[in-house]
Design a protein around this ligand. Structure first.
Ligand SMILES: Cc1cc2nc3c(=O)[nH]c(=O)nc-3n(C[C@H](O)[C@H](O)[C@H](O)COP(=O)(O)O)c2cc1C
Length: 218
């Protein structure tokens, strides 16, 4: 999958492994598809910035007794992330479902394997944003978003949020936060993404990509 060019449902091009510092890595875990929907909107926002592209990548699920519960290539969705993606990206937007007010284990499992990239400074000085989805309105979106920033700060990344100049942030009745993009899915995942949630996800992608472009002097 990584060697072949593929297109995700939002018509975002998933490039083959060639190196482009104009790519923002959208890295996520999603069990039931809500975080994946946010990821595609963020990717769209990134690609609204001239010269910038999104590289969508996911992480495999983990099993309690084994290192990995999945085959090396996913059956569907974004390819699994490789360490090279961290080195090659101009910036990162990272998403996870909320699990007990925190990120899900598969994403943490991947982050815990990035010691070499931490030591080499692969992400130092690169912009980063975060996103999540919860079942409930007060189920820990902000604690998840804030705690997802911590490993990125250790990696030396520059955290980018969503400013209140985004009108949707002032009027949203569900997800969307100054700390990052989010969605309130409902107990059975019955809620579609609201217009404001969609707008704010795109705004986050755009803002991270714009910051990357400015840092690169574009
Ligand atoms: C083990 C577990 C823990 C969860 N913890 C929370 C939580 O703390 N707060 C919340 O509102 N939802 C919680 N959820 C619900 C998920 O965050 C929610 O269904 C999310 O939209 C799933 O995203 P996905 O569709 O990308 O997998 C939890 C789900 C599971 C399976």
């Amino acid at each position: 999958m990584r060697l072949a060019q593929a297109t995700c449902p939002a018509n975002i091009t998933i490039l083959p492994g060639k190196f482009q510092m104009s790519e923002v890595l959208v890295l996520y875990y999603s069990r039931n598809g809500k975080v994946a929907q946010l990821a595609r909107l963020i990717a769209r926002g990134i690609e609204e910035v001239p010269g910038m592209q999104a590289r969508l990548r996911s992480v495999p699920p983990v099993a309690p007794l084994t290192e990995s519960a999945a085959p090396p290539v996913p059956d569907e969705g974004a390819p699994y992330v490789e360490k090279q993606d961290l080195r090659e990206c101009a910036g990162l937007v990272m998403g996870s479902p909320t699990r007990f007010g925190n990120m899900a284990a598969p994403l943490k499992h991947f982050l815990d394997s990035t010691g070499a990239e931490w030591a080499s400074g692969a992400l130092v000085g690169k912009p980063a944003g975060v996103f999540t989805s919860t079942s409930t309105m007060h189920g820990g979106q902000e604690s998840t978003l804030l705690s997802m920033m911590l490993p990125l700060i250790h990696h030396g990344m520059l955290i980018v949020g969503i400013p209140f100049t985004e009108a949707a942030l002032n009027r949203t009745q569900s997800g969307g936060s100054p700390y990052g993009a989010s969605h309130v899915a409902g107990i059975t995942g019955e809620n579609p993404l609201s217009e404001d949630e969609r707008t704010l996800a795109r705004a986050l992608g755009r803002r991270v990509a714009e910051t990357c472009a400015r840092l690169a002097g574009q």
